[in-house]
Write a protein that binds this ligand. Sequence first.
Ligand code: PGA
Length: 250
Amino acid sequence: MSMRSKLMVGNWKMNGSLTANASLVADILAGMPAVHCRAALCVPSVYLAQLQALLTASSIDLGAQDVSPHGSGAFTGEVSADMLHEFGVRYCIVGHSERRQHHAESDELVASKTQRALAAGITPIVCVGESLAEREAGQTEAVVKRQLAAVIHANGHCISEIVVAYEPIWAIGTGLTASPEQAQQVHAVLRAQLQAATAHADRVSILYGGSMNAANAAELLAQPDVDGGLIGGAALKAPDFLSMLKTASR
Ligand code: PGA
């Protein structure tokens, strides 16, 4: 029925060490023969070279967590899309709520980062999501539509090449999860918005993120417009992450 095979992405955030990464990846790789969905790990940029080597010859794709909106030059501290591409990066998270909140990333900046990733041949995972106050004020749909509209506006027909992640801020790292119905409702809104912008909206994977775990993954992934997950905490434990990858493989 759906042409989109599930995509499960681990977001390590600012966690890891050379030793811990090697052991976590070894444990994940040991379970991969039973996994048949698409999988990726988004790691801190200093570990991209390590992960590129560890994931060679595996079916797990490499991902980054952010990208500069600039091409190259005098931007101290930034990492460009071409640099990420050189390290085999296939996916890049853009506009994660932690960056929107702590680094004041605007919708327009997120749209620029999305453009840079696409131009370098990297699939941007564009994060959208409402705060608890916005949900309680009935603004959920307006907020996510505004966030996605900026990206659609800047990227035109290329928009079918992105991945979208719906991550309600109140569900991130809190143990609170959107119910499958709440998630599907927002995913359907995002799908409709993509449909208005491209004839290929059915190709766009829309991931759910926010305390997805081994216990709740199945019912979330069963929703028609939930095409996978963006997973933080539960992706740092190999048995949990593998269990979710297997759920997504069904
Ligand atoms: P969480 O994080 O799974 O720990 O809630 C998800 C995310 O922020 O991408």
